[in-house]
Design a protein around this ligand. Structure first.
Ligand SMILES: Cc1cc2nc3c(=O)[nH]c(=O)nc-3n(C[C@H](O)[C@H](O)[C@H](O)COP(=O)(O)O)c2cc1C
Length: 433
């Protein structure tokens, strides 16, 4: 075991859906140990010691979340793996579902077993057809080996994992909206409080919800130990993370790096730099819902706390690189339209806020904006931030605020020239819609 060894991705010698290839590298060993020789409190204790934080966006400590469900006074509990993944620029869960279905399944089995779940589900993005197929195959192979189903590993206990085809919207990935849609209701976030599914989840019962990547970390942490896991990463963000790298880079893809690695290494070494001899103009280090950073911030360590301190966030590590030929108004508009289209429309600040932010951004991009529109834009951001039932509208406001703060001269140029000064209009991620 070395400090440079990946903490998450096992090197498989064989097909991802071949259970033998996974078993050969120690797969399902942790599951066997959990069932035969570990108590749920020991499992939670090891996770707490590892300091693992959720990879779905909020970075909540995983061990603490499991503890809350395990020790809840209500004994009817559920477990759901969140594989909704619908944010632009984030595709690492898809990678895991496709290439590591057994590792995910093992993580799910351990999670459901540890919290004594009555039923366990994987809520999977409806567009990920091939990935769901791999997962189904993995489940059947594990069943054939007695690893799940009736009388798991001869213990007399039954445990099933069911795949639930997701609703297919961004908001449906928000955990309470996901649970609502699983109960046959519209995929809309619940009003808070109660704040967490650990208290009020599926059918109103305590529910453990974890992201795909979070769960894929579990088997190796338990097999190799928390001390091994914490050898890489930072004190408060231990381990590695999968970074989905897209936009203006030569080699977009999914890369595993220790938390705390500088952003520059991801873009220049893993991503092969910016194509066409262009330069980095901005980066979304945590997807479109967090503030952008600029080219002079490429030495920022990519971990939860460092990015928060820098006024942005890691989210689920969907890193989008924007080059210097890009119109930042057009780029921002593209994501403003995404938030408008994906707002579920339930709460008025989000419904109206995302609509009006996109309308004002369109006006400015098309050369019809005024100084008053700029004032209204920023005022609106201030009004809606922090008001929704979920954080969608806050993300929409943070996006616009960061674009104006960092690239105000470009907004001013659109107003002064009454057109987009970038001809033809280019964005780093797809065309302007
Ligand atoms: C609008 C919105 C969309 C989200 N989409 C996802 C998603 O696709 N997958 C995911 O795991 N978490 C998503 N989340 C975060 C979940 O609500 C939740 O925090 C997460 O699944 C918890 O798992 P973790 O503790 O393992 O990170 C989303 C949150 C919001 C506000």
């Amino acid at each position: 075991m070395t400090a440079s060894e990946p903490r998450l991705l096992e090197k498989l010698d064989g097909s991802p859906t071949d259970i033998e290839a996974y078993i050969k590298v120690g797969g399902y060993e942790a599951w066997r140990n959990c069932v035969t020789s570990m108590q749920p409190d020991d499992i939670v204790g090891e996770l707490k010691k590892s300091g693992l934080r959720g990879r779905g966006g909020a970075g909540f400590p995983t061990g603490i979340k499991w503890d809350k469900v395990l020790n809840h006074r209500v004994k009817e509990r559920y477990f759901v793996c969140n594989a909704g993944e619908h944010e632009p620029g984030t595709f690492k869960d898809r990678y895991l579902l496709k290439h590591y279905p057994h590792q995910l399944l093992e993580g799910c089995l351990i999670a459901a077993y540890t919290v004594r779940a009555k039923a366990a589900f994987i809520y999977a993005n409806h567009e990920y057809e091939e990935e769901r197929k791999n997962l189904k195959q993995a489940i059947e192979q594990a069943r054939a080996k007695g690893l799940l189903g009736k009388n798991v590993l001869g213990t007399g206990r039954d445990l099933e994992i069911e795949i639930f085809e997701g609703h297919g919207s961004y908001v449906a990935g928000e955990e309470t909206a996901m649970l609502e849609s699983m109960q046959g209701r519209p995929a809309m976030p619940r009003q808070k409080p109660p704040f967490y599914p650990t208290d009020f989840g599926l059918y109103g019962k305590p529910t453990l919800v974890n992201n795909v990547e979070t769960l894929c970390n579990i088997p190796r942490i338990l097999r190799k130990g928390a001390d091994w896991f914490t050898q890489v990463g930072t004190e408060k963000s231990p381990g590695t993370m999968l970074f989905s790298l897209s936009g203006a880079v030569n080699k977009p893809g999914v890369y595993e790096m220790p938390l705390g690695t500088p952003l520059r290494k991801l873009i220049e070494e893993f991503g092969g730099g910016v194509p066409g001899g262009r330069k980095v103009k901005a980066v979304f280090p945590g997807g479109p819902a967090f503030s952008m950073v600029t080219a002079d911030q490429l030495d920022l360590p990519m971990d939860f706390d460092a990015l928060k301190k820098a006024g942005t966030g890691l989210g689920s590590a969907g890193v989008i690189v924007v080059d210097d030929a890009t119109c930042m108004v057009a780029q921002t508009l593209k994501f403003s339209n995404f938030f408008k289209n994906e707002s579920c429309g339930q709460c008025p600040p989000c419904r109206m806020g995302t609509l009006n932010l996109a309308a004002l951004m369109t006006k400015i991009e098309e050369g019809e904006g005024t100084q008053k529109d700029m004032d209204t834009l920023l005022q609106l951001c201030g009004f809606v931030k922090g008001t929704g039932y979920c954080t969608l509208v806050t993300g929409a406001a943070v996006l616009v605020q960061s674009a104006v703060r960092l690239f105000r001269p470009e907004f001013e140029a659109h107003i002064a020239q009454k057109r987009c000064p970038f001809q033809p209009v280019r964005t780093a991620v797809g065309a302007v819609s």
